[in-house]
Design a protein around this ligand. Sequence first.
Ligand code: ES4
Ligand code: ZN
Length: 319
Amino acid sequence: MPLPKAELHLHIEGTLEPELAFELAARNGVALPYAHTDALRKAYEFEDLQSFLNLYYELMAVLRTEQDFADLADAYLARAAAQGVRHAEIFFDPQAHLARGVGMGTVVEGLWRALGRSEETHGVSTQLIMCFLRDESAASAMETLEAAKPYLDRIVGIGLDSAEVGHPPVKFREVYEAAAALGLRRVAHAGEEGPPSYITEALDVLGVERVDHGLRCMEDPALVERLVRERVPLTLCPLSNVRLRTVDTLAEHPLPAMLDAGLLCTVNSDDPAYFGGYAGDNFDAVRRILGLTDERLRELARNSFTASFLAHDEERRAG
Ligand code: ES4
Ligand code: ZN
């Protein structure tokens, strides 16, 4: 039996497996520049975040209807449930769809078809986090927030993703302020490829309660000390880090050192269709390659619920 866990860093568009991509392409009459699923899988050799993002945005062309988004989410939830996920806080990238003429309603209502019945069908509770693309303008993010207003009963919070370097958190100060005023919870990717200062800025300027990745905090001991003291959760994605070459090999991943430092770490899958594994696969990989003990694995599973939006603030502070 896999450990019960919460998944807190998961891009729903990153769960698009080649088989479903081809099925949706055929259903929607969209041409893919790959002959078959094996040819597509061979394209999953990334040099860095940007080379992955190029393919990630290209493949989204097959997602057109509410049913496409429902099928995508259903397939993810079934796989996640089989790996012990009991709660999932799911990112989506509306700007990537709006740019293709697919409306906010299609995306949110489509995802909701699967999410709204996920507790019954999969035994997984869910929440939706709307991400802004940080390589797009702040004005575009603000328009996206505006477009989401009719759907805020289905969106628990906001995040910030896509190409990090050169797009510091401060660029989105006003958007995050507006989202906070709407009662939305706030997270952001920081310190994946970007410097530790982006983590500090995400906390101080954007008011995030959780940092996605946050890996590069290890370059700044004072920042580590702060993250430990304030019990700021980090949503790590070990297999993603290897595939995007943020770390050279899994054996060199700083997760053990981060746990030893007292950081509130969680293990997640990021874009499982692209990076070689779902949440349970990430747990298995760190157990096998990093030699984490059963006690450490239980700590990671416990952290995932503590760091989730289900937990009460007092719970997190008490640890
Ligand atoms: C992402 Cl791994 C990663 N980093 C930043 N943005 C993303 N969007 C989807 N996956
Ligand atoms: Zn991510």
